[in-house]
Design a protein around this ligand. Structure first.
Ligand code: MRU
Length: 351
């Protein structure tokens, strides 16, 4: 698929540093920041220079490599890997891919240490593990795109929320992957992108990357989704997710729940696309997913000027939970899961 996919890569490992696309500056400026320490990576994740669940996990994996690379003995090195993994885990709370990637890096480090590698070999092997996390994500998204495309037909209208595209992953994205594949196959899918207040990932990132790829995209404000559905313009909704609980409840960018309710009211299927690394069977339901709250200025000064009275009370959760009753299907690299989610999600990890 998409051999000629020319999307911007959000995370580039150069061999001795991480070149990270500053997503806060898009679409106006394309700037890659050279990151050389785990502190740089922590700061980039916390301040949304890199964002999107899989991309956060990938960046954090390289953060562990950067943090532990100055260790002078094998004992120092393993302690440093653990310390930096623990530190990077405090950067953001909701996307489980962050913790998944850090756990994978720690487990790999333990394995390499038990194999009696030299210090140089340990560092090399851990770097390769981070590179593998990134390249596997690309392959995973390709498969998600293929499965998802089977649900769509030529000339359909599909609404998406936030950005679950190439910028949020190693390549292709999750929810946006089928659109790239459709384009390759000469299919026309009309994508409607919610602008996604308050940080505008839909307007700044989804509209940008789809437009760059020549995909038919129409930008709407979040509060227009019901209107376009009532006009009959939307045949399906597809979104990404930051964490799927064991019962199929789905955390994603704030506003996703409203879109799911609207979709149900209009009889429109609501699909969630994600890799297995986003499914967290250790979190029983959506109620246990930690929801990040961000600062008030994202709402009161988000457009570079004050848009609310000084001192007003603000509530700014970055994510919401869509109960599984609203989810038509979850599309993974291993196929499409429908209800009963509890049982079917568990099966995914058994085969
Ligand atoms: O706050 P963000 O921009 O990191 O939120 C991103 C989302 O909610 C995405 O939809 C989700 O991470 C899936 S990305 C494939």
């Amino acid at each position: 698929m998409t051999e000629n996919y020319a999307g911007l890569q959000s995370v580039i490992w150069t061999g001795d540093k991480l070149d990270l696309l500053d997503q806060r500056l898009l679409p106006e400026e394309i700037v890659y920041l050279p990151l050389t320490t785990s502190e740089d990576v922590w700061e980039a994740i916390r301040h949304l220079k890199v964002r999107g669940a899989p991309a956060i996990g990938i960046a954090a994996a390289y953060g562990v490599v950067l943090g532990s690379r100055d260790a002078v003995t094998a004992e120092d090195w393993i302690a440093s890997v653990k310390k930096h993994a623990q530190y990077l885990a405090t950067s953001r709370p909701t996307a489980v891919n962050l913790f998944w990637a850090l756990d994978r890096m720690k487990a790999a480090a333990d394995r390499f240490a038990n194999e009696g590698f030299s210090l140089h070999q340990l560092k090399e092997a851990l770097t390769k593990e981070a590179i593998a996390i990134q390249s596997e994500d690309e392959e995973t998204n390709r498969l998600i795109g293929e499965h998802a495309l089977g649900l769509f037909k030529d000339d359909m209208g599909v609404l998406t929320h936030c950005n679950a595209g190439g910028l949020a992953t190693a390549k292709y994205g999750t929810a946006l992957a089928p659109f790239y594949l459709a384009k390759e196959q000469g299919m026309n899918i009309r994508v409607f992108a919610d602008e996604t207040r308050p940080v505008l990932q839909g307007a700044r990132l989804t509209a940008f990357e789809l437009q760059q790829a020549g995909i038919d995209v129409t930008l709407i404000c979040d509060n227009m989704a019901g209107m376009v559905m009532s006009k009959g313009w939307i045949d399906a909704v597809i979104v990404g997710t930051d964490r799927v609980a064991a019962n199929g409840d789905v955390a994603n960018k704030i506003g996703t729940y409203s879109v799911a309710v609207l979709a149900k009211a209009h009889g429109i299927p609501f699909y969630v696309a994600c890799p297995l690394s986003t499914i967290d069977l250790s979190t029983p339901t959506g109620a246990e997913i930690p929801i990040e709250e961000r600062n008030a200025e994202e709402i009161t000064e988000g457009f570079g000027k004050r848009t609310a009275p000084q001192g007003v009370k603000v509530y700014n959760p970055a994510f919401d939970v869509t109960p599984h009753e609203y989810v038509t299907a979850i599309i993974t690299e291993k196929g499409i899961i429908t209800a009963p989610f509890e049982e079917n999600l568990r099966k995914l990890f058994q085969d």
